[in-house]
Design a protein around this ligand. Structure first.
Ligand code: PLP
Length: 460
């Protein structure tokens, strides 16, 4: 770390933050009396706070974002060069980085052929929802407009995306929501709704089909799913699940929208999470890892077939996607995203993610042997979780305060980990680990050694 850093006086910054900033997802009463943390510098997987304390960041910027790690000068240079040349023009016009990034990205997504730019994961999902609704009017007299979403999945923070929100703890008190969103059951085998069964994947697919038949297939336009559920509990799909979902989509002519906001761009060891399961989506939304947080960018990829549906009646003045996103015309995002992709390819980060993910899962399995509070470990690539239980036989979830105490203890030891959302019984008990794709074996071992110590301290 730069030596000048420690000579900085951050008291003013802390005071300004305390007085003026309304923080995300924060209960401000306890925050006011807590020790504030301002992250002032980052390099690789490490960040430093205003007191100069070093932390090993095992959550990639808190929310699975900084996939290529901190301090990447080549991304900063690419953004700077682009900004001084041409920073912005509305997305109805083209831009050099927008065109170039679309070419590179779509080459990694066989079957996908168009990219729509916007700013956030929520917005990318909203675009998909709007396309489904518009198609229902253009093709089905407004009828095939419902969108299925799954319990425990999260698709964003707007009222539209919360209407498709499967985490009740996030939705409470924000209704009324938009009509036409219908929930299907979660697919976490460890918390099976069907008892102990050998065909949990098939049961989960059958449960979706029941909802389709109940609602009427001719009313369902799309299903929106995370490939691996992130904040809802790091839920990896059971055997046969995705094949079954794909089959339902074909059978009932339902569009498949995959929300890759977390899994996209390498998090699970492939460019996209869905690519593990051989499915062919109609729409793919992505955001966080697209430029690793060096610039704000989100996109929705679609098939050519879907794109064509918005130009098949040129005489109709409403027959095009009448949508805009002011900052979808910023060029910093695609400029950063091109360099982000180059780094992932040139440094072999997908391969590293797979190897380090396997190491992390192996270490977590050992923790499960050593601590009876660890009920289940799940993950794909560098996207892993450990579910904590009070009792292994009954699978009663561990006390939420103790789960948070493990997170706090790791933080005190200089390792940042996450946990699933608070305040909903049964699903607030999973520790989350998502280091940057550059993680080395020592980082992974240090992470799990620290969690080992914290579990020992909090749960004995
Ligand atoms: N989809 C998933 C799976 C997410 O986890 C998130 C955010 O955490 C979003 C969508 C929303 O993205 P954003 O916060 O960029 O709007």
């Amino acid at each position: 770390m730069d030596a000048s850093f420690l000579s900085n006086d951050f008291e003013d910054v802390v005071a300004a933050d305390r007085t003026n900033v309304w923080h995300h997802m924060t209960q401000h009463k306890p925050y006011e009396s807590s020790d504030p943390r301002i992250i002032v510098e980052g390099r690789g997987m490490r960040v430093w706070d205003q007191k100069g304390k070093e932390h090993l960041d095992c959550v990639s910027g808190g929310v699975w974002t900084v996939n290529v790690g901190y301090g990447r000068e080549s991304i900063a240079d690419a953004v700077r060069d682009q900004l001084v040349k041409m920073n912005y023009f509305a997305g109805s016009a083209g831009s050099i980085p927008g065109a170039r990034f679309s070419e590179r990205l779509l080459a990694k997504m066989p079957g996908m052929s168009r990219l729509y730019y916007c700013n956030s994961g929520s917005e990318a999902n909203e675009k998909a929802f709007k396309m489904v609704r518009q198609l229902s009017h253009q093709r089905h007299g407004g009828k095939k407009s419902k969108i299925l979403y799954r319990e425990r999945d999260y698709h964003g923070t707007t009222i539209g995306t919360l209407s498709a929100g499967g985490q009740d703890e996030r939705n409470a008190h924000y209704g009324p929501f938009a009509p036409g969103f219908v929930r299907v059951p979660h697919c976490l085998e460890y918390r099976s709704q069907y008892g102990e069964v050998s065909d949990y994947g098939a049961r989960s697919v059958a449960a979706i089909e029941e909802v389709i038949l109940r609602e009427g297939p001719d009313t369902i336009g799309a299903i929106c799913l995370e490939p691996v559920t992130a904040g809802g509990g790091v839920i990896t799909p059971p055997e046969g699940y995705w094949e079954g979902v794909q089959e339902l989509c074909r059978k009932y002519e339902i569009l498949l929208h995959i929300d890759e906001v977390v899994c996209g761009i390498g998090r699970t060891g492939t460019w996209f999470g869905y690519q593990h399961y051989g499915v062919k989506p109609d729409m793919v939304s992505m955001a966080k890892g697209v430029a690793s947080g060096y610039a704000a960018i989100a996109c929705l990829a679609t098939t050519e077939e879907l794109f064509d549906a918005f130009k098949d009646n040129p005489d109709d003045p409403l027959n095009y996607f009448r949508d805009i996103s002011t900052f979808g015309g910023c060029t910093a995002g695609p400029a950063a995203a091109i360099e982000n992709m180059r780094i992932i390819e040139d440094e072999g980060l997908l391969e590293n993610c797979t190897a380090m993910g396997a190491r992390l899962m192996g270490n977590l399995a050992e923790l499960k042997e050593r601590h009876k509070v660890v009920g289940d470990v799940r993950g794909k690539g560098l996207f892993c979780g450990a579910e904590l239980v009070a009792d292994r036989d009954t699978r009663e979830p561990a006390d939420e305060r103790k789960v948070q105490a493990v997170v706090a203890d790791c933080m005190a030891r200089g390792v940042i980990i996450g946990a699933t959302n608070r305040s909903v019984p049964g699903f607030n008990n999973t520790l989350c680990f998502s280091p940057a794709l550059i993680a080395k074996p020592d980082d992974i071992d240090h992470l799990t050694d620290t969690v080992d110590q914290a579990l020992g301290k909090i749960f004995g």
